[in-house]
Ligand binder design. Structure first.
Ligand code: SAM
Length: 294
């Protein structure tokens, strides 16, 4: 079965409320391919280019990070992008993921060897390739963001994530947990993608879906398709969790023509986003920065 086709079909199906009840069918019959298997597919030089460019980007974002400071990366996935940028800058790094990825002999040596070719000046790849074990380089916590506070005694100077918070089941719960493992004055940087993940050509069409139905369907698929919450709602979530100076550097915005098309569909729907301000709909992702008050 072609997984891409299945995914695209689920993506389309999700837009239509009557088809939502098919979720149990999908859950039962979707072939299960582990992340360990999936990540070994494809061209490693291409993968490495993307990973290396993200690591460089995060090195720049973390320009104020000082040697010896502590950094938590939430949801590092299989490439550990921010964690590696943090290690390279001399930080004491911890990662927390609800499904942590272990060292995969069929994937990580090839990926990091290719990354080293793209970024030969970075020492962290050599170190990791020698150790062949993430826990020799940073601490790995097998916990979801929502539970970090219960499982982690440490407090961090920096808490970061890349393409993770849109997968939280309950953003205020997750952000409150991350707030409580932050030192006073500690900084948070979270890249959040507000687009629908399963249909890249229609990044906002999922807003037409009834909020309750979408939430049920989202939970059934472990929140993997992203979220409906818009920028103004995220600002509110961060502030409710206790953060101050919340601001966004937007990196993804929707164009006028698409926004008008979505706006027309929304106006005819019973969605909670039917009369949502267009300026808020326009923003579809970026880097949220904030801090815990002193
Ligand atoms: C889209 S991937 C992003 C991976 C990586 N940050 C990157 O940019 O390549 C989302 C990651 O977040 C993790 N994740 C999802 N929900 C989470 C949660 N509630 N707590 C911690 N990690 C979570 C997933 O297991 C996955 O590793």
């Amino acid at each position: 079965m072609d997984l891409k086709k299945v995914k695209r079909f689920i993506g389309r199906a999700s837009l239509y409320a009557p088809i939502m009840d098919l979720e149990t069918v999908f859950l039962k019959y979707l072939p299960y391919v582990t992340r360990e298997e999936r990540c070994t597919w494809g061209n490693f030089d291409e993968k490495a280019k993307g990973v290396a460019s993200c690591i460089s980007n995060w090195e720049g974002i973390l320009s104020d990070l000082k040697t010896g400071e502590s950094l938590l990366e939430v949801g590092p996935g299989n490439a550990f992008i921010i964690a590696l940028a943090g290690v390279e800058k001399g930080a004491k790094v911890t990662v927390a993921d609800r499904f942590p990825v272990r060292w995969n002999a069929a994937f990580h040596p090839k990926l990091y060897a290719a990354c080293r070719r793209v970024l030969p000046e970075m020492r962290v790849f050599d170190y990791l390739l020698r150790k062949e074990d993430f826990s020799a380089v940073f601490e790995v916590l097998p916990v979801a963001a929502e539970c970090v506070a219960e499982h982690c005694g440490a407090k961090f100077d920096w808490v970061t994530s890349n393409a993770v918070l849109e997968h939280l089941q309950d953003p205020v719960l997750g952000l409150s947990s991350l707030f409580s493992v932050t030192v006073p004055g500690g900084r948070h940087l979270h890249q959040i993608d507000l687009r629908y993940h399963w249909l890249s050509t229609s990044p906002l069409d999922h807003l037409i879906c009834d909020y309750e139905k979408f939430s049920r369907w989202r939970a059934a698929f472990r929140c993997e398709m992203g979220c409906q919450w818009r920028h103004s709602e995220w600002l509110h979530f961060f502030e409710t969790a206790g953060f101050k100076n919340v601001h966004l550097v937007a990196s993804s915005e929707q164009g006028k023509a698409y926004l008008e098309r979505v706006r027309n569909k929304l106006e005819k729907s019973s969605s909670k986003y039917a009369n949502w301000p267009i300026e808020d709909l326009r923003i579809s992702g970026g880097l949220y920065a904030c801090s815990k008050p002193l």
